[in-house]
Design a protein around this ligand. Structure first.
Ligand code: SAH
Length: 523
């Protein structure tokens, strides 16, 4: 496998890049770190690097979990070092993704040195470290003009092989007393011992202290107290690792605005989103910005229709110029037409001269994004009924030919109404929605343990399919609150025996998010 001869010259094209993944929130990786991930051939990652970041690596990149939590090491440090060198020597760009900053209690320096010793180029992309970020999102500024002008970053878990602690607690207590902050990593198990050491070296037991678990993430929790009370508070709240312990006057600062993170309207809410994977991201981002933890349970999946329908769709798109108008009823329809144009070697000019309408602002946005076409008509209300009324008022399309690319299971109301109004409607099946095979484990596990606050339903088919997929376990949905995008979805939910806790007034993603926020607004 490896040539053990140390060499000073860098001989292979492969390299190792130690990338700081940031403290937890995947948005807190650096731009350089993300860019390295996007170009990785292999990613070797730790338990504390947010696994969501792995999605940024190319699909074909190998992903290797060397995570160690407590005593359950997956790979020893030596094995990890060797793995990095072996992969790089195969010519791969290896991203070594480490929680926080690679050089802060992450053994990054050992990995870099091992690479150098074996002639493998190694670079470091620093990261946002938990000891500074977790206090920030718990409302604690680690320095403050009035109370703290030094920060000590410190390990609370001394290497047991060293025998005794190398930390000078007397000096540390002095720093804190003189107006300093100490941020302890890996210290949860030694919290009381740390407090005792500090008070034993002259700090008053009234000195403020805080503990922040899972900082920067939606599941973040923290408590504040003093050196005398913090252990009891941590126990009472049931907090554990991974956490940062903050000691110093800053832990007691209570200025308005500092608690921006936990004050967000959906902070701490765990929400299962049932849209297709392709569609979930918009809803997900909006909910996450408001502080929610989002789990995707894509109950439905969009696929190409069967051969016969596909041929009819091809023919319609090839002859698009023969139509007078096209109506897009969803972003899926937009995507299907854009993909089809691509596949047929055509582009948006195929729709030149057609009157274009979209049901829903999101559909119009997708049309603009995918085909650079601005819709001629987007009715104010996103229902098929409202659309037909406005369409007939706004256009002179009676007797004209209308192309309607749709899903296989679409309701017949829209084409029927257009037909009644004298239009010639050509309905083509542009895509099919099918049941996904099983639900992601994160979503199903959370449902089983009763840790889901909300499940959102964005269409009748998401309700039908989620109930189908859950099978015998559909009763789990009665333990959570269910949110519906509109009356039609609510009706299907009720048919399926589900209780609708809230229905959006505005029947789109924005309206659904608004309805959830209103549920959590302070009374
Ligand atoms: N290199 C990392 C630290 C690795 S040591 C960094 O720079 O952040 C692991 C310790 O980091 C944990 O025991 C905990 O003390 C801290 N930690 C990591 N992520 C954390 C988080 N999201 N919230 C609180 N503490 C965290």
């Amino acid at each position: 496998m490896t040539d053990p001869t140390p060499t000073a010259s860098i001989t292979t094209a492969g390299r190792v890049i130690l990338v700081g993944a940031g403290p937890g929130d995947p948005g807190l990786i650096t731009v350089a770190g993300l860019s390295a991930l996007q170009r990785a051939d292999a990613v070797v990652f730790d338990a504390l690097a947010n696994p969501v970041l792995l999605d940024a690596a190319p699909p074909e990149a190998e992903r290797i979990d060397v995570g160690k939590r407590a005593k359950r090491h997956k790979l020893t440090q030596d094995e990890t070092n060797q793995l990095l060198v072996d992969l790089a020597k195969q010519g791969q760009r290896v991203v070594r993704l480490k929680g926080g900053d690679p050089y802060l209690f992450g053994r990054g320096a050992e990995e870099a040195a091992f690479c150098a010793k074996h002639g493998v180029a190694c670079e470091v992309i620093p990261g946002v470290t938990a000891g500074l970020a977790a206090p920030a999102t718990a409302g604690i500024p680690v320095t403050h003009r009035k109370v703290a002008s030094t920060v000590t970053i410190i390990t609370g878990h001394e290497d047991p092989t060293k025998g005794e602690t190398s930390i000078d607690y007397a000096a540390l207590a002095g720093l804190i007393k003189a107006g300093g902050t100490a941020c302890f990593y890996m210290g949860v198990g030694r919290l009381q011992a740390i407090c005792d050491e500090l008070t034993g070296h002259g700090l008053p037991d009234t000195m403020p202290a805080a503990l922040v678990q899972w900082g920067t993430l939606p599941k973040q929790r923290h408590v504040t107290g003093t050196l005398a009370s913090i252990q009891a508070k941590v126990d009472a709240a049931g907090l554990g690792s991974p956490a940062i312990i903050v000691v110093g006057e800053v832990a007691a600062i209570d200025e308005p605005g500092l608690d921006f993170f936990t004050a967000r309207p959906l902070f701490g809410q765990r929400i299962v989103v049932t849209r297709t994977r392709q569609q979930a991201s918009d809803l997900r981002t909006r909910l996450e910005e408001l502080g929610a933890e989002v789990l995707e349970a894509p109950a439905i999946q969009i696929v190409e229709p069967d051969t016969q329908a596909r041929q009819a769709f091809d023919a319609a798109i090839n002859a698009a110029g023969d139509y007078d108008a096209v109506v897009f009823t969803s972003t899926n329809a937009v995507n299907a037409v854009a993909d089809k144009l691509d596949a047929l070697g055509r582009d948006s000019r195929a729709l030149a001269g057609l009157h274009v309408s979209c049901i829903g602002a999101a559909t119009a946005q997708a049309l603009h994004a995918r085909l650079n076409i601005t819709a001629d008509l987007v009715p104010a209300r996103s229902t098929a009924e409202a659309f037909v009324d406005e369409f007939l008022l706004a256009t002179d399309l009676v007797g004209k030919r209308i192309l309607l690319p749709r899903a296989d299971i679409a309701r017949p109301m829209l084409p029927a109404k257009l037909h009644d109004a004298g239009c010639v409607v050509d309905e083509v099946i542009a895509y099919e929605t099918i049941l996904t095979k099983g639900l992601p484990t994160a979503a199903i596990d959370s449902l089983r343990t009763g840790e889901v606050d909300w499940v959102t339903f964005t269409s009748s088919s998401t309700a039908d399919n989620l109930v189908e997929l859950l099978g015998d376990e559909a009763a789990l949905l009665s333990d959570c609150k269910l949110a519906s995008i509109g009356p039609q979805t609510s009706a299907t939910m009720r048919d399926r025996g589900l209780t609708v806790a809230v229905e959006a007034d505005q029947h789109d993603i924005v309206g659904l998010v608004k309805a959830l926020v209103e549920q959590h607004a302070p009374q």
